[in-house]
Every structure is written in structure tokens, then in C-alpha cells.
Design a protein around this ligand. Structure first.
Ligand code: ADP
Ligand code: MP5
Ligand code: MG
Length: 571
């Protein structure tokens, strides 16, 4: 059966591919712009299991993974092939490339050109792989797998470069990122001067981008001095004259520079890409990682300058997260490509699967009430939890953003220490900024689908619904629970239609999601609400009955007692 894969590729790759039309049964590559492609991907994915759709589409949107199959449930991922040396210390070379591609959501295959015995002190030994075996690895990968971009690192001999060039000639559609690795940060030689000629004459002209550091740029240019940003511009121009489509001269080692500045030249314009210089010794492998990230972004379909910008930001962030880690005793340590992801997971692991029983006593704060009673948000939240609240939502309609983020962070500390989830009303940006457990959105706020794409699969998303139709939509859009009301009249929401217990029951019956009732609920009527007899009604949400009272702890305890009583009499 013919498979019709769909891949977004950079236009220059498409141009090459055009001269080699694929057989009908082969991969079909499309030049859809990423935005349009995303829409198509959604349509493909609609036919699969909703949970998979949710995980894949939100991961893809976050990481920009831009490949998907049109047929059945097959998904083809963006793919980088790295042709580089192994670093036994795991900081640079093949190991860095695998981690960088993994962190950017892209598949990575490997052709190993040399084994190095290496650690944080330097390179103790190099064992070159034979040309024949490099050729065999290239053949295995390229004859079978759908590679989008080739990225090169350590190419230790002229023979190995020639073998690679031969393969690239056979697959002219492949994009090529050349990191001209010659000397390690520790000062050890990884490829001698003999390779310079074939680099200049044959490899660089074939490259879509070449990414030398200062020393490598200088060596390629016959020993040109590069000591200032102006020198970097000049070097980028001279290297571009050798034939690559784009040049990035990296300034990680620029003397006396406060910023980490790289110079990008596309043959027409120069761009100075600056980031803060992270104060750390853990910079081993930055060059390999940068080039692999560029390759990964190109494989997803990014234009080259965007790919470089994303890659640089990735390196800067990874360095920042890893600045304190200690892996070895030598002067130059590696960094951790996944630390930022691990931290994210740590924050949300508690809620990996949303537990509906958390909706039992749901406290929703109100900025006006807190002001009237002269309380801070944090104090109000502390009191609600002390009284028995099982989940908290910050509904701060008037708060200024900076203040709101700080307040949310402080509430989050309180909530985490008590194992209580904290959601933010409406403000997905604030939820992201403080790493809250999720958001609650209204029908006219950010759509659940968009919020899910931004927040990822692990965060909790609740949505207010008044009707069975809205409840159904909440389920298909990927929400975790429904807030249903107003059940009784309330002053907290102007012009809010009251749906009564019947309306609540109708929504509960239609909903595949757990429901929390809201609107005018307090100790006097919470029992009646929970008695409507809907198994997916998991609790009540309260605003005034807690926060517009003198003693929040006492009111929360009363409510909790009513709810607990109802629970025991029902069980
Ligand atoms: N201390 C640092 N803080 C932030 N970025 C850095 C730091 N050191 C290097 N970089 C960045 O890492 C990337 C790799 O640069 P560089 O270290 O010069 O390459 P190489 O590892 O090939 O020597 C560049 O984008 C550079 O700006
Ligand atoms: C196998 C291998 N490839 C590349 C590098 C360069 O990395 P760095 O410049 O960060 O030392 C390295 N040290 N080892
Ligand atoms: Mg370096």
C-alpha cells in the first residue's frame, strides 16, 4: 500500500528534492508553511485516540515537531543524522548530539567517525574508525531511514570526509550542517591541518550552514586573527565566499566579552546574536549541541536564522540550568541537556494523572473580597487550606501581572507543601510563569485547545460550562474537569445566568468529565447540591462563602464537615 507521509522541509531542501522526484510509493514531501501544516496535522490526528492526539499535538506544538503521517496512526518524525566522534565523557560529540536532538523532540541516528577517550580534564586518546566502516554505517542509515538533515562534527581524516561527500552526492536533497570540529575546548587536536583543503574545497561548498568557533574560523582562513566582533563579521564574509549558504561564527571564546555573541551571515545580511554569558565551567559540548539543535530545527522545517536563534537560546538555557552541576574533577565540565525538562516534570509529577477527588472542596479567591477584609492572597489561601480546601483557584481579575505572578508563586509554595493543587483563573501566561498546576478558563477566555497546546499534557485545565453541549466540547477539547453553574444566584459574577440543580444535573449527565458545582454555594446548601445523584459530581467550588467571611478557616471547616457528612451517608 502506498504510504503518503507529509514532512515540512526548508525551501532549500525542497528545491534540491525537486530535481529528484520521489516515486509515487515514496515519501511525499510538502512545502506547507508550518502554521498551515499544524492545522492539517490536527485533522489527521482527529481520527486517532483522543489521549494520543492530546499528547502528540501538545508536545508537537511545544517542541515544534513538524512531521506526521497521513495514513492511519503512523507518524514519521523529523530526523537528524549526526556524523561525528564519540566522547566517552558524554559531554560532546555523538553523545551531545543525541541529547540535543532528544531535547528538541527530533529523532537522531549516528555514524561514528572516531572513538575518543575523553573526560573533564581533556582527551586522553583517539581511535579512528576505518573509512570502510564509516561508509558502511552511512549506507545502513541512508539506504533505509528517512533522514532530513545531516550534521557533521569530528571528521578526523581526509578519507572520512571523502566517504561522507560520496554519500551526500547520492542523497543531494539532504540539508547539511557542518560544525568544523578541529580542536576540543581542552586544546586537544581532533582533526589535523590535513583536512583543511577538503573542507574548504568540497565540504563547505556543500553546506547549508557552517558553524566554526573563533579558532576554527581562524584556521579555515589560514590563521586570520579574530579578536573582535568586527573581525567575526569579516571572517563570516570570507568563509561565506568559500561556498556555504550560511555562516555562523561562534564567539563563546571571544576575549573580554560580557555577552556570548555569535555572528550569522546569509550572504546578504549580518546578524549579531547575543545572549547573556553564563558564568560556568560547564561549557564542554556547547558547539556540538548548538549545531545539533540547528539541525533539529531545520529538520522540523524552520528557516535557518530561526533555527540558529532557537539553538542559541537552548544552549544558553541549558548552561544556565547546569551552571552548578559537577560531573568530573577536571576544569571543563559538561552540561545537562535535560535539566530544564526534568525540573518541569518534577513540578508537575504530582498531577501526572488528574485526580478528580481533588475537586471536593474547591476554594476560588476573589481580589475584591481580600481587599475588603484586608488580607493578602497568600493568607487567604493558607486559611482555606487549613480549613480543608482540596484545590485552590486564584481568580484575581484586577491584579497587575507582575504582582499576580509573585502572589501566585507564594501561594504555590503553600499549596505544594500541603499537597493541594493551585490553578490560575483565565491567565495562562501567569500559570506558565509561576509553573502553577493548571488553569481554569471560561467560555469566552482562551479556548481549551489553545491552552492545552501552551500548557502541555500534564497541567490541569478546567472550563466553565452551563450546557450539555459545552460539556461535550470540553471533553473533546482536552479539558480535565468542568465547573458548572451558577447553581444558585450569586453576587460574584454580574449577569450570570443561574441554572439551578436541574441544569447542574443535566450537565453532569452529559459530561464525560468530572464536575464541580459553583455559584452561591455555602454550608447551608452544599449538602443539597451533592445529593443530586450524579456520580461525576465531585465537589463544590466556593467564593463568597469562604472569602467574604470574617474567619475563612472556620467557614472552610463547616463546609468540609457538611461535605464529609454527605459522603459518609452516601457510601
Ligand atoms: N558561557 C556561555 N554562556 C552562554 N553562551 C555560551 C557560553 N559559552 C559558549 N556559549 C555559546 O555556545 C555556543 C557554542 O559556542 P563556542 O563555545 O564558541 O563553540 P565551541 O564549543 O565549538 O567552541 C555559541 O552559541 C556560544 O555563544
Ligand atoms: C568527540 C568530540 N567531538 C567534538 C568535540 C568538541 O567539543 P568541545 O569544543 O566542546 O570540546 C569533542 N571534544 N569531542
Ligand atoms: Mg566551546
Amino acid at each position: 500500500m502506498a504510504s503518503s507521509f507529509c514532512t515540512v522541509l526548508p525551501s532549500h531542501v525542497l528545491a534540491r528534492k525537486a530535481s529528484f522526484p520521489p516515486a509515487p510509493s515514496e515519501i511525499f514531501r510538502t512545502s506547507l508553511a508550518p502554521e498551515r501544516f499544524r492545522r492539517h496535522r490536527r485533522r489527521f490526528l482527529q481520527f486517532s485516540c483522543p489521549k494520543v492526539v492530546r499528547a502528540v499535538s501538545s508536545m508537537a506544538t511545544r517542541e515544534g515537531a513538524a512531521t506526521v503521517a497521513a495514513e492511519g496512526s503512523k507518524i514519521r518524525v523529523a530526523h537528524v543524522l549526526t556524523v561525528a566522534g564519540s566522547d566517552s565523557g558524554g559531554g560532546a560529540g555523538i553523545q551531545a548530539d543525541l541529547k540535543a536532538c532528544g531535547a528538541r523532540g527530533v529523532y537522531c541516528s549516528t555514524v561514528i567517525t572516531a572513538l575518543t577517550a575523553q573526560n573533564t580534564a581533556g582527551v586522553q586518546g583517539v581511535n579512528m574508525v576505518s573509512e570502510e566502516f564509516v561508509a558502511e554505517q552511512l549506507k545502513s542509515v541512508l539506504s533505509d531511514m528517512h533522514v532530513d538533515v545531516v550534521k557533521t562534527g569530528m571528521l578526523p581524516s581526509v578519507g572520512i570526509v571523502k566517504v561522507l561527500l560520496h554519500s551526500l552526492n547520492e542523497f543531494p536533497h539532504l540539508a547539511l550542517v557542518v560544525d568544523p570540529v578541529m580542536v576540543s575546548t581542552s586544546g586537544d587536536v581532533l582533526a589535523g591541518p590535513s583536512i583543511l583543503e577538503v573542507f574548504r574545497e568540497e565540504l563547505l561548498p556543500r553546506a547549508d550552514i557552517v558553524t566554526p568557533n573563533l579558532r576554527e574560523a581562524s584556521t579555515l582562513l589560514g590563521g586570520k586573527q579574530i579578536e573582535t566582533v568586527a573581525d567575526m563579521h569579516e571572517a563570516a564574509k570570507l568563509l561565506h565566499d568559500m561556498g556555504p549558504r550560511n555562516v555562523l561564527v561562534k564567539g563563546g571564546d571571544l576575549p573580554g566579552s560580557f555577552d556570548a555573541v555569535d555572528v550569522f551571515f546569509d550572504g546578504e545580511e549580518f546578524y549579531e546574536l547575543r545572549s547573556a554569558r553564563v558564568r560556568t565551567h560547564n561549557t564542554h559540548g556547547t558547539g556540538c549541541t548548538l549545531a545539533s539543535c540547528i539541525a533539529a530545527e531545520l529538520a522540523k522545517g524552520s528557516p535557518t536564522l530561526s533555527a540558529v536563534k532557537v539553538a542559541k537560546r537552548f544552549v544558553e538555557t541549558a548552561l544556565d540550568y547546569s551552571k552548578e552541576i559537577v560531573v568530573g574533577d577536571g576544569p571543563q565540565g559538561p552540561f545537562d541537556h535535560f535539566l530544564m525538562l526534568k525540573r518541569e516534570m518534577q513540578g508537575s509529577r504530582k498531577h501526572w494523572i488528574f485526580e478528580p477527588s481533588r475537586l471536593f472542596l474547591y476554594a476560588v479567591t476573589d481580589s475584591v473580597m481580600n481587599k475588603n477584609w484586608d488580607r493578602s492572597i497568600t493568607d487567604a489561601v493558607k486559611a482555606a487550606i487549613e480549613g480543608g480546601a482540596t484545590i485552590v483557584q486564584l481568580r484575581e481579575k484586577e491584579a497587575e501581572t507582575g504582582y499576580f505572578i509573585e502572589a501566585a508563586k507564594s501561594c504555590l509554595e503553600v499549596c505544594r507543601s500541603h499537597g493541594v493543587s493551585l490553578l490560575i483563573n483565565d491567565r495562562v501566561d501567569v500559570a506558565l510563569a509561576c509553573d502553577a498546576d493548571g488553569v481554569h478558563v471560561g467560555q469566552s477566555d482562551m479556548p481549551v485547545r489553545v491552552a492545552r497546546a501552551l500548557l502541555g499534557p500534564d497541567k490541569i485545565i478546567g472550563v466553565s460550562c452551563k450546557t450539555p453541549e459545552q460539556a461535550h466540547r470540553a471533553w473533546t477539547d482536552g479539558a480535565d474537569y468542568i465547573g458548572c453553574g451558577g447553581v444558585y444566584p450569586t453576587n460574584t459574577k454580574a449577569n450570570n445566568k443561574t441554572i439551578g440543580l436541574d441544569g447542574l444535573k443535566a450537565v453532569c449527565l452529559a459530561s464525560k468529565l468530572p464536575v464541580v458545582a459553583i455559584g452561591g454555594i455555602g454550608p447551608s446548601n452544599a449538602g443539597a447540591v451533592m445529593e443530586i445523584g450524579a456520580p461525576n459530581l465531585k465537589g463544590v467550588a466556593v467564593v463568597s462563602a469562604l472569602f467574604d467571611r470574617e474567619c475563612i478557616v472556620e467557614e472552610a471547616r463547616k463546609l468540609r464537615a457538611t461535605l464529609d457528612k454527605g459522603k459518609t451517608s452516601n457510601s
